[in-house]
Design a protein around this ligand. Structure first.
Ligand SMILES: *Cc1c(COP(=O)(O)O)cnc(C)c1O
Length: 460
């Protein structure tokens, strides 16, 4: 008999989680004003709110924590991380920051000015926020296929090169400080970008004299998909693929809380000495001195180990298999999601699951609450609450896609947890036709309202 697959690790420390009753969850979610961000984590059984900063570190990373150098300037930990980043990505210059959005803040302070245009593929919300807060405009050039949740294509996160060319033709070069390519494409469902698309985007950018920035939170997962799905890469290592991806780029911003598998951290890396010199100054005022920039020495150490370990095939393979396994169970139960299963999460198509909930009642949020009530599972609405109101008309911007994101933390839950998630979704689906009402907003912030919004249930 062929032996089944098993994870290439064993578990050294465990954290208890507590199941709860439906009655308790009804009370807790009501007290949280039907906003899952307001729930105490103790009131959650399986937490799929995000895969950011929620992974579990290896014994080697914990050992590196103990040898962190906390010197204010010139710490050993800084040099260890710098060397690892040079080896993995090939960039000459590096600036540590406390997380991904801080890397954006520091770099964009140096590069983006009022009136600028920054094209890319589904800019992440903090990326877009740091562009728009500088009165510049983000233009989304993602391929149209990304919007069709049922279409199965191998690289669904790509940039449409013709859309990008149109932007370059329309605006003068001086107004386009860079193009941002997000790998994997988080907002399109953790969908990857092929090497061919990275290369073609790079060639197009450079032919117009525009630098290419890789927004790199899940670069290792992207490299894994290239190895698995793109012709010519099957026998290359993740590290070789990574080096090639970054050979086409001029700079990167990184949220290390994802593929760096640390609880907090981020960085900028780049080739241009001029940009580095300007960004350095912003690092000092916003983050800290350039040899720690918002990170403790021990965290830089853990990140250096995390980057090196997570650019090997085995840990990535274990993770992707788990996300795909959840996808397979959902297929068995007829639960529709953004296909194929993404790198870090499953995005459930809430409009298809809850066809009788009107768009004004927020279908994805309604589904998130149903799943919590069913089994204490916390997902995240990626729909019309997240989309905020139109800045001019103040009307709700109902998004084309109402998605419930189930983000899988790295090395945290077992396949038994995946089975519970799928079974809970099956139970919700069994009563979905009878769910005809959702929630209305009673209190909201003017922007990024999803974090603090208060809702109330609309009675039938
Ligand atoms: C998480 C993320 C960011 C922001 O990083 P934080 O560490 O959360 O500040 C930026 N871009 C992408 C693609 C991300 O996934």
């Amino acid at each position: 008999m062929k032996l089944p697959y098993a994870e290439p690790y064993r578990i050294k420390a465990v954290e208890a989680i507590k199941p709860s009753t439906r009655r308790q969850r009804e009370k807790w979610i009501k007290e949280a004003h039907y906003n899952l961000f307001n729930l105490a984590s103790e009131h959650v059984f399986i937490d799929l709110l995000t895969d950011s900063g929620t992974g579990s570190m290896t014994d080697n990373q914990w050992a590196a924590i103990m040898t962190g150098d906390e010197s204010y300037a010139g710490a050993k930990s800084y040099y260890a991380l710098k060397e690892t980043i040079q080896k993995i990505f090939g960039f000459e210059y590096f600036i540590p920051t406390h997380q991904g959005r801080a890397a954006e803040n520091v770099l964009f302070s140096a590069l983006v000015k009022e009136g600028d245009i920054v094209p890319g593929n589904s800019h992440f919300d903090t990326t877009k926020g740091h562009i728009e807060s500088r009165k510049a405009t983000a233009i989304d050039c993602t391929i149209d296929a990304a919007k069709d949740t049922q279409l199965e294509i191998p690289f669904k996160g790509e940039v449409d090169v013709e859309k990008l060319r149109a932007v370059f033709e329309r605006y003068p070069k001086e107004r386009i400080p860079f193009c941002v390519l997000t790998i994997t494409n988080n907002s399109a469902g953790g969908q990857p970008v092929s090497m061919k698309n990275i290369r073609e985007t790079s060639e197009l950018c450079h032919s117009y004299g525009i630098p290419l920035l890789l927004d790199s939170a899940r670069f290792a997962e992207n490299a894994y998909f290239i190895k698995k799905r793109e012709a010519g890469y099957g026998s290359k290592t993740i590290k070789q693929i990574t080096r090639e991806m970054y050979s086409y780029a001029d700079m990167m911003t990184m949220s290390a809380k994802k593929d760096g598998i640390v609880n907090m951290g981020g960085f900028i890396a780049l080739n241009s000495k001029e940009v580095f010199e300007v960004a350095k100054r912003f690092c000092i005022s916003y983050e800290g001195f350039i040899t720690y920039g918002g990170m403790a020495g021990r965290d830089m150490n853990a990140l250096a180990v995390g980057l090196d370990e997570n650019t090997e095939f085995e840990p990535l393979d274990a993770r992707m298999r788990q996300v795909a396994y959840l996808g397979k169970l959902l297929d068995r139960y007829g639960v529709p999601y953004q296909r194929p299963a993404g790198g870090h999460a499953i995005f459930i198509d809430a409009k298809k699951c809850l066809p009788n909930v009107p768009k004004e009642h927020f279908a994805a949020q309604t589904l998130a609450i149903e799943l919590y009530l069913e089994a204490g599972i916390r997902g995240c609405e990626i729909g019309s609450i997240l989309a905020d109101r139109d800045p001019v008309t103040r009307e709700n911007r109902y998004s084309d896609l109402e998605l419930l994101r189930l983000a899988i933390p790295r090395r945290v839950y077992t396949d038994n947890h995946m089975a519970v998630i799928a079974a809970a979704m099956k139970n919700v689906m069994a009563r979905a036709k009878n769910i005809t009402t959702g929630y209305r907003i009673v209190e909201e912030a003017p922007i990024l309202r999803h974090f603090t919004v208060k809702l109330e249930k609309i009675e039938e």
